[in-house]
Design a protein around this ligand. Structure first.
Ligand code: THU
Length: 122
């Protein structure tokens, strides 16, 4: 499953809108009930307003009714940025598969990617 999600992310990356960085990123989310939502990074002339591929894929899943705990995995063509790691943690994603800085495809849980983060008190 992880490798397949990564391949879906690679395939969708060409739809990224990244005229400022020219760094095209794709992401593919798989829900526990088997649906796949894809996303790409979408940049803006006001640079900080750009959206990462992971977020755009997750937003699609959420707008279709999925919630934290409903998402089994995500494949990404880049190592997730710090902000996206927080998003991945929010959704309790157990398999995050991406191309790391060493050029290897690796899988980690969101919790592993954001060690010792906090949780709001219940
Ligand atoms: N980017 C992503 O879409 N996901 C990541 O996890 C890493 C960074 C995008 C943001 C920006 O559009 C471009 O890559 C360069 O940072």
């Amino acid at each position: 499953m992880s490798r397949e999600l990564y391949e879906r992310a690679v395939a969708i990356a060409e739809r990224a809108y990244a005229p400022y960085s020219n760094y095209l990123v794709g992401a593919a989310v798989q829900t526990r009930d088997g649906k796949i939502f894809e996303g790409v990074n979408v940049e803006n002339a006001a640079y900080p307003l750009g959206v990462c591929a992971e977020k755009s894929a997750l937003v699609k899943a959420v707008s279709e009714g999925y919630r934290p705990g409903d998402i089994a995995g995500i494949g990404v063509t880049a190592s997730p940025c710090g902000g996206c790691r927080q998003w991945l943690y929010e959704f309790r994603i157990e398999e995050v598969t991406f191309l790391n800085g060493a050029g290897e495809i690796v899988t980690h849980s969101a919790a592993e990617l954001l060690p010792e983060t906090w949780d709001l008190p219940a």
